[in-house]
Write a protein that binds this ligand. Sequence first.
Ligand code: AHR
Length: 503
Amino acid sequence: MLHASFRLDPAFTIAPVSRRTFGSFVEHMGRCVYTGIYEPTHPTADEDGFRQDVLALTRELGVSVVRYPGGNFVSGYRWEDGIGPVADRPVRRDLAWHSLETNEVGIDEFMRWAEKAEVEVMYALNLGTRGVQEALDVHEYVNHPSGTRLSDLRRQYGSEKPYGIRMFCLGNEMDGPWQLGHKTPIEYGRLALETARALRAADPGIELIACGSSNSSMPTFATWEAQVLEIAYDEVDYISAHAYYEPLDEDLDSFLASAVDMDHFVDSVVATADSVGARLKSRKKLNISFDEWNVWYNKRFEATRETVEWAVAPRVIEDCYNVADAVVVGNLLISLLRHSDRVTAACQAQLVNVIAPIRSEAGGPAWRQTIFHPFALTSRLAKGDVLRVELRGPTYDTARFGTVPALDAVATHDPESGDVTVFVVNRSQSSPADLEVGLAGFGRGFRIAESWTLADDDLMAANTEDAPDRVLPKPNETAWIEDGELHASLPPVSWTAIRLAPA
Ligand code: AHR
């Protein structure tokens, strides 16, 4: 049996919980849009062709902001292909995923979907094959009230009011050689700066995200961020981060510690951005938009990539997630919350079918993957302020990340309701853990309001079309409060959330 402990105190506040931490991502890729959020012939389709079963699951997931329309897709996308009468819209090649894009869904349809899903939209601009003028054109179409060619076109196509999009990504993964219009950091820094200046001239209040590295293994990682920010620092608000994790060489111990890598990644990007800020003698601090993160069995995809050819909405990276994946996703959310002082937006990639918490079948059901559950519970329960946790407990050795803590936790405190929620993972494959959390700092008593644990004897168990609820979080019956301390027993490889309410 492992033992771990920490003390909580309302004075240990890191930052308020940012609702934007619970973002997601809809890319025109595979079946995320077509037969994912949109399928006019589906029995649950509404008058706009949106699947209401998927909409309901999106709301249940607790998604706050959705990045759109890509991803690698956006770097070859012509936004104007997706407006106006659907019959007149062209079919185009999507070079990023070797698919055909019918453009049945464009910005107007997506904004309608977002309203129904009750989410904010983070719009990614094409700075791959396009540039400043197209960025301005998209902005005029979506945000200018009226009286100009593009704003009047939007009104003509049915949206009288501007959409008021606040967050814009200045391109996608522009450091990646695979990206259409891939650039050097100097080329991209200049383009990001000029695009940002132009957009701000139109709308000073928008929030702009510069592309950071595609992942922390890129040979140019950190140099890219430094060089881009040397040029664009003053005009942008965020630098993006992307990270995907998967078990490599069947090394589950390392995979379960993926959040250690995310912690390190965030700390490195913050240090890099702050060092540029210091050199520029700027008082401004940039935040991180962690706008792609998840578990992705990328090695499997790379092995089959060649087979994806010019189909409409082909099945691409429809990873089926197991219990271990869900524990890792819960832990990645713990890492994101822990960095709430600097990571103020994050998007799990993606929302439906494509490495997604929601799966759907054309003409068939939609269901929750295992990773749906830690996301939905964290989004619902993380309220108020994030509290710092200094966990004392055992460690274990991993091949990829060295010696890592066996348990990892974060907590939130909602000053309004008085609720305190503890999110904790036990990464150990062999031992359950006893957790002890000191609550004396609150100067009052608590009761356990709800307590959920996701774990299973079979770490490979998954939810499928035939068994959509095979893996569910279950009430943790072992949690109790005694002498001002929370106690709980955590099974091996488990994710737990415990909400305490004032007694
Ligand atoms: O989410 C899938 C892809 O991963 C995105 O299109 C791209 O930005 C990233 O490399």
